[in-house]
Write a protein that binds this ligand. Structure first.
Ligand SMILES: C[S@@+](CC[C@H](N)C(=O)[O-])C[C@H]1O[C@@H](n2cnc3c(N)ncnc32)[C@H](O)[C@@H]1O
Length: 253
């Protein structure tokens, strides 16, 4: 089903590309703070003789808490700012003509979708998603369309509710397929392979592919090579989310 333009949303002043894995981020920061507070308290009690020497471990609790808290803050920065730099690098790696038909698999708030749409004149960009609130806070087609309006590309963008494992498009429909931080959310190898096969199916011959993910990119490349892809490269990793993010870039044979 094709979602229509945003309705009933309070006007936003700024484009918001969403907060990834909000529960995980909150957990890191809250558990981190708890570790710091409990660690400092126990250390002080031990230093002042209210607790036995065995409580010396409390200082490592403080440091562990601090590491969790910092990691939670890095996640926040990566979601709000770091990811935008990686997006630009991925979008700039494609030689745009302006007439492409583009698909963003798991578009969320439209990070890749809208950046691609800005490179189009006669082309069109479609984003599909299941709008999981666990994977990205305040995820909805309305929020993505509102971002499209704010970015001035609403006339070139469609969003659609669909599962990446069963893309509702005919074979060879797209010139470019993009996806960022999506496929790892599927926990079974078979599901991830199904998505890669679907991406391969809907891409035209010579179609361009760029996938960024924090896990399993080697697995995706093995599936694609099995489908005959030879022009495929995994970029040197970056550490936006602390763990390595790889970009898989290639073109369909
Ligand atoms: C971490 S967010 C990333 C969103 C966006 N690509 C970005 O980089 O900002 C992961 C997205 O994948 C979507 N998603 C998860 N499983 C999906 C599936 N089976 N099919 C389509 N989208 C899915 C979620 O709803 C969410 O929007």
């Amino acid at each position: 089903m094709v979602e229509q333009a945003a309705t009933g949303l309070a006007p936003k002043r700024k484009v918001d590309y969403g907060l990834d894995a909000p529960g995980v981020q909150r957990g890191f920061r809250l558990w981190g703070l708890a570790g710091i507070v409990v660690g400092i308290t126990l250390t002080q009690l031990q230093v002042h003789g209210f607790l036995p020497k065995a409580f010396q471990f409390a200082s490592s609790l403080t440091w562990t808490g601090a590491c969790f808290f910092v990691q939670g803050c890095i996640f926040y920065w990566a979601s709000k700012a770091g990811k935008l730099r990686l997006r630009d690098k991925m979008i700039n790696s494609i030689a745009w003509r302006g007439d492409e038909n583009v698909l963003d698999v798991g578009c969320g708030h439209g990070l890749m979708l809208l950046a691609a749409a800005k490179r189009l004149n006669t082309g069109h960009a479609t984003g599909i998603d299941v709008w999981s609130q666990v994977d990205q806070a305040t995820n909805s087609p309305e929020a993505t369309l509102e971002n499209a309006r704010l970015e001035g590309v609403a006339d070139r963008v469609t969003v659609q509710s669909a599962d990446a494992r069963k893309l509702p498009f005919p074979d060879a429909s797209f010139d470019v397929v993009l996806s960022s931080f999506v496929i790892h959310n599927l926990h079974s190898v078979a599901d991830r392979e199904q998505i890669i096969r679907e991406i391969n199916r809907v891409l035209k011959p010579n179609g361009q592919l760029a996938i960024a993910d924090i896990k399993h990119t080697r697995e995706y490349s093995i599936v694609l090579r099995g489908l005959g892809w030879s022009n495929l490269r995994r970029w040197f990793p970056n550490f936006l989310f602390v763990m390595p993010t790889y970009v898989l870039r290639g073109s369909k044979p």
